[in-house]
Design a protein around this ligand. Structure first.
Ligand code: DON
Length: 344
């Protein structure tokens, strides 16, 4: 280009776009964020690589979950600067199941402080299945941690509420803030689980009997069942996770959902118990705080950088989505995301 023939306006424009690019590169360098293009390329690669993996099986102990089409597979990344990168079936609404437990834990800490969880629920891994009764009996009577079923029901019981409706309104209100959108219960899933959740009702009564459930057992079990039946898309789940990556502020709506000081506590429990009795292998392989649900969702958090959500209904023997974990693990390896340090 012959600069003598370019007017001052053009020069100004060129200079300001160069400046904008430099600014964005600098911002990326500062947050350690890969470019949107890199993330999109890798997300597509991960989706293509694991799309045909048909191993695992839908959960069927909640009958409605067996009917969710097994081929569905979505992957979404939400960065702390609000970029949303999606591949596959990211708009299908599936039940959050145990992914919900993370956000009720957040609500209780926001209302009553982190000690409420630490002292009244406990934060220890069980090494047992998510609905184990043995784990309650073997411990000190507390519910072990907020992500196994006993701990999640105990966490629901700690929500400050004057009635079942009030308890529910607080929980869904909290989830809506994290998602930045209005979420609602998938009625068929709720009905199916409510008709078959005898084991969870038993767990609630055991805890109540030993003084480790802090509200009426059947009310808590029912509200817990409802929270597990909340429908989210893969995109919405990733946005919810990105709040934790972004120190408690929703990067899309910019609304604060959780005080920053509580975020590390949530991530700590996600690390030790997010995959239940598969948490050790997940920490080893992916190195990311994450939470799974038997609906096929997984949400993983890369602190200060991004959240990655995956959705695919077939589960492994621990109750964790096969394809979602493969895809997230692939991204974690390719981008060297482990919170424990580089393996390269
Ligand atoms: O209470 C249950 O069994 C289900 N609503 C949730 C279990 C679950 O998602 C375990 N996670 N992988």
């Amino acid at each position: 280009m012959n600069w003598r023939h370019v007017g001052p306006f053009r020069i100004g424009l060129v200079t300001s776009s160069v400046f904008a690019v430099l600014l964005s590169v600098a911002a990326q360098a500062q947050t350690g964020l890969p470019s949107g293009q890199t993330l999109e390329g890798l997300a597509k690669e991960a989706h293509a690589k694991f799309k045909e993996d048909n191993s695992g099986k839908n959960a069927d102990y909640i009958p409605a979950l067996a009917k969710v089409p097994s081929h569905l597979f979505g992957l979404t990344i939400v960065t702390v600067d609000g970029k949303v990168i999606s591949v596959g079936d990211v708009d299908y609404s599936f039940s959050m199941q145990s992914c919900s437990k993370v956000f009720t834990m957040c609500l209780v800490m926001q209302e009553s402080g982190d000690k409420a969880i630490y002292e009244k629920v406990s934060v220890e891994p069980t090494g047992e299945r998510f609905n184990s009764i043995v784990a309650i009996e073997e411990g000190d009577g507390r519910a072990d941690n907020p992500f196994v079923n006993p701990g999640a029901i105990a966490t629901v019981s700690l929500v400050k509420a004057t009635s079942a409706q009030d308890r529910w309104d607080k929980i869904i209100g909290c989830y809506n803030k994290f998602a930045g959108e209005k979420l609602s219960v998938l009625d068929d899933i709720y009905k199916s689980e409510a008709e078959t959740n005898f084991r969870n009702r038993g767990i609630a009564h055991i805890l109540y009997n030993s003084g480790h459930l802090y509200a009426e057992p059947l009310e808590c079990t029912d509200v817990y069942t409802k929270q597990c039946s909340v429908g989210v898309t893969c995109k919405q789940l990733a946005v919810m996770g990105s709040v934790l990556a972004n120190h408690g502020i929703n990067p899309v709506t910019k609304e604060r959902c959780l005080e920053a000081k509580y975020v590390p506590k949530v991530l700590a429990v996600m690390t030790i118990a997010g995959f239940y009795d598969g948490s050790g292998a997940w920490a080893w392989n992916a190195g990311l705080p994450a939470k799974t649900g038997v609906g096929g969702g997984i949400v993983a958090v890369v602190p200060g950088r991004m959240a990655i959500a995956g959705f695919a209904p077939p589960l492994d023997k621990f109750g964790n989505s096969v394809r979602a974990q493969e895809a997230i693990r692939y991204l974690a390896e390719q981008l060297d995301l482990s919170i424990f340090g580089s393996s390269k």
